[in-house]
Ligand binder design. Structure first.
Ligand code: NG6
Ligand code: CA
Length: 509
């Protein structure tokens, strides 16, 4: 009798498992592959479908075939906090130490967190992070780059990773595949320091004659490929990248991943190095725009997008794949190298109609291009004014793939799936933006409130960008005054107070 009961309950368990797996499969079959192309420092006005003068035909094709957003935001005006928020569904200012990460930072997102890739992995997706990471790696400082480096993306929901560990302008200038530095010769181990030079290696400040591109501010430490960087490194000669090849390498790894997963749902987080500094296009793109290296790497970025599209077409995956194209923060011209970005710009305007730029609390810091293409599911050639934040991707994808999340997780993320598809034209009611020094602004309806801050008016290192800081509160009507020229705070004290309180509620939640 007891035995019978036991085998009956086993049978029941087996039936349940089969049912669960059938329902998970049918869920997956209805779900698209997702490719999130996350560009670096690309401005609202940098691509031709948003009014830019540099030809970006492949990116424009995404807009022609899909939906272009005009009120979409990165959560922050720099990379690390934007990525942190996008991948966790929680604003980065809630957690200390999530500002621009040094190249030897330990992992900022630890195992156990709810994450965007984790949610999709749970839904049966194969997930990959290819490109710039900049969210720290490992759990011990200093990181030993010669051993297994973890935790990292593989411990928080990615099945595969091929990374620039931090940024192109920070050491170590090597790729990390899963847990290991690529092409590392054990006889030539890597040492990294963010404090002092190692083995008296050449540096930008000591050996400018070795540089093929001069630094303008910062970036005067270890030299790789004739370009000096932030931080010191020694060893790992075989593993060093050639900047000219980074875009091609990321394309190669991405199309391989797509090919391998052509028959099963996948999520590809393709986080480009372009158009961050140092801007070093491959030789075939050098000089093509006549607008200097910054223009040329935009064309290189466009090529990257084209290569992904071509692969999807070849594999007949376009109707089964959602492509999201956006940027981690707004544009900057001179971000530390003498590359002619400002001098060669001509009439091309990366900032669009907005004030400020990367680092800033003004709109150009966080208002970014966002295009979504899903052939057959999203109507072609549409523009949406829905208010969207990248922090929403997490709950939107969770909802789309039938994943339930606890209320206490990903607390700032909202399910905006219908807005992403173009069915909901309103999107969020409000959102928070973060500038350097954790200065916050708050957008609700037509208005934007910027909290008072006594910091400098200009970003204090030579980037020539307004911070947007003001000792007095600021209120702008973004609809009438997208360039934030007229501070309405004194004229509209009640509205200003209400916005201040609404921001406080979110901050305290
Ligand atoms: C700044 C760097 C800048 C860039 C930025 C991070 C200096 C003077 N400037 O500190 O060049 O690397 O950090 O950019 O070092 S981000 O897009 O990754 O946030
Ligand atoms: Ca960036």
């Amino acid at each position: 009798m007891k035995r019978n009961l036991k085998s009956n309950s086993r049978l029941l368990l087996l039936c349940c498992l089969i049912l669960i797996s059938i329902s998970a499969k049918s869920q997956i079959n209805n779900n698209p592959n997702i490719i999130l192309i996350y560009t670096d420092d690309l401005g609202y006005g940098d691509i031709s479908s948003y009014g830019g003068e540099i030809p970006t035909p492949y990116i424009d094709d995404l807009a022609k075939n899909g939906l272009k957003f005009t009120n979409a935001y990165a959560t922050a005006a720099t990379c690390t906090p934007s990525r942190y928020a996008m991948l966790t569904g929680e604003y980065a200012w809630r957690k200390k130490g999530t500002g621009v990460a040094p190249g030897d930072a330990t992992s900022l997102i630890l195992p156990g967190r709810t994450t965007l890739p984790g949610v999709l992995q749970q839904a049966g997706y194969n997930t990959a992070a290819i490109g710039k990471w900049h969210l720290g790696l490992g759990d011990k400082s200093p990181i030993n780059w010669n051993k297994e480096i973890k935790p990292g993306p593989l411990e928080i929901g990615f099945n595969y990773a091929y990374l620039l560990p931090a940024t192109g302008d920070r050491v170590p200038t090597v790729f990390v595949e899963n847990h290991r530095v690529v092409n590392l010769d054990p006889e030539d181990p890597i040492s990294v320091s963010y404090r002092e030079n190692i083995n008296d290696k050449p540096t930008g400040s000591k050996n400018p004659e070795q540089l093929k591109m001069m630094y303008s501010h910062g970036h005067n430490q270890s030299i790789t490929n004739g370009i000096s960087r932030i931080g010191y490194m020694s060893g790992g000669e075989n593993a060093l990248w050639r900047d000219e090849d980074i875009a091609d390498k990321l394309v190669k790894k991405s199309v391989e991943f797509i090919e391998e997963n052509r028959d099963s749902p996948f999520f590809l987080y393709l986080s480009t190095h372009d158009i961050h500094v140092p801007r070093v296009p491959h030789e075939r793109f050098e000089g093509v725009t006549g607008k200097g290296a910054r223009g040329d790497v935009i064309v290189q970025l466009d090529y990257t997008v084209g290569a992904i599209q071509k692969k999807l077409q070849e594999l007949k995956l376009e109707e089964n794949t959602m492509i999201i194209f956006t940027s981690d923060n707004g544009p900057v011209l001179d971000d530390g190298y003498v590359d002619g970005a400002a001098e060669r710009l001509g009439t091309h305007n990366p900032f669009g109609k907005f004030r400020g730029g990367k680092y800033s609390t003004f709109e150009a810091g966080t208002r970014v291009p966002l295009i979504v293409q899903w052939k057959g599911k999203i109507a072609a050639n549409q523009t949406s004014t829905a208010l969207l934040s990248q922090v929403d991707f997490l709950r939107s994808f969770a909802a789309a793939t039938g994943q339930k999340l606890l209320k206490t997780r990903a607390i700032d993320s909202q399910n905006q799936w219908q807005a992403l598809l173009g069915n909901d034209v309103s999107g969020r009611k409000s959102l928070v933006q973060q500038a350097i020094r954790n200065v916050l602004s708050y957008v609700e309806g037509d208005y934007k409130y910027i909290e008072p801050h006594s910091g400098p008016v200009m970003v204090p290192w030579g980037v020539d960008i307004e911070t947007g800081f003001n000792k007095e509160p600021q209120l702008y009507n973004l609809k009438q005054d997208p360039g934030e020229t007229k501070n309405l705070a004194a004229e509209m004290p009640k509205k200003t107070k209400e916005m201040e309180q609404n921001l406080k509620k979110i901050r305290d939640s």
